[in-house]
Design a protein around this ligand. Structure first.
Ligand code: NAD
Length: 256
């Protein structure tokens, strides 16, 4: 039961972040949703979670490509017992055609944001005497594929950051772990289908079956609810000695 705990989930007006927010709220945690926009829909999502679960839910705008805004998000949240570093973007291109500004943006949002939010959140967790840092890495934090150089570098990087945070908090009631999803059919994945079709000269169904799920032996997309359930488990007492590691939720991808 996570009642009384506050979870901050970066990049959570969509996809996996939103799914994790919903599951943490169902488990009783107050949740802070975030993205870089500030629309009616963003705030309505928080309201809907509050209505359905009875927890406190807020939406806070902060751009995770900017270090200061990452730190400010945690300060504005006021409490951060559970930090879910989830915000992420993707770009698909061969390395010699990869735009340098896309490289910089991916490294900033997918990796550096977690450095800034963690730096801001750890003192609050220490003060509260309990904490969970959960980084959303990827099967691409453990393995590589062509045409995703920045994403794969950032995801391998966040696995390394996770281990370091775990060692720096090892003697405290704080854990740090990374969830490594395989393919989950979210807007992020939907958006890379057209570029992947171009790179491989294939149609949509062929890309889904022969490129995306080729590496996922289960031949099924994982779901945002499964990511949420894994996050809730990592917040449980059963997971108190699980730290500095990765949990793959990838239909067997990394077993291949
Ligand atoms: P998504 O596009 O649905 O969600 C990404 C979220 O990040 C959105 O809420 C978006 O608003 C937010 N975001 C993007 N740029 C931001 C910024 N500058 N500041 C604040 N928020 C920002 O994608 P998703 O698939 O749910 O991805 C979520 C995380 O899961 C990412 O880190 C992604 O790399 C990771 N992941 C996804 C898959 C998958 O198959 N979908 C697999 C492995 C890992």
């Amino acid at each position: 039961d996570l009642s009384g705990k506050t979870a901050v989930i970066t990049g959570s007006n969509s996809g996996i972040g939103l799914g994790i927010a919903r599951e943490l709220a169902k488990a009783g945690a107050n949740v802070v949703l975030n993205s870089f926009t500030d629309t009616k829909d963003d705030h309505a999502l928080a309201q809907e979670i509050a209505d359905v679960t009875g927890v406190e839910a807020r939406y806070l705008k902060a751009d995770m490509s900017k270090g200061e805004q990452c730190r400010k998000l945690i300060e504005e949240a006021g409490a951060c017992d559970i930090l879910i570093n989830n915000a992420g973007i993707q770009y698909v291109a061969a390395i010699d055609k990869f735009p340098a500004e896309k490289w910089d943006a991916i490294l900033a949002i997918n990796l550096s944001s977690a450095f800034h939010t963690t730096a801001a959140a750890l003192p609050m967790m220490r003060e509260a005497g309990w904490g969970r840092v959960i980084n959303i890495a990827s099967a691409h934090g453990l393995t590589a594929s062509p045409y995703k150089s920045a994403y794969i570098a950032a995801k391998h990087g966040i696995v390394g950051l996770t281990k370091t945070v775990a060692l720096e908090t090892a003697e405290e009631p704080i854990t740090a772990n990374a969830i490594c999803p395989g393919y989950v059919l979210t807007p992020l994945v939907e958006a890379q289908i057209p570029d992947t079709m171009k790179e491989y000269d294939m149609g949509r169904e062929e890309v889904i079956k022969n490129v995306m799920l080729k590496r996922q032996p289960s031949k099924e997309f994982a779901t945002v609810e499964q990511m949420g359930g894994t996050a809730v488990f990592l917040c449980s007492e059963a997971a108190a000695q699980i730290t500095g590691t990765t949990i793959s939720v990838d239909g067997g991808w990394t077993a291949l």
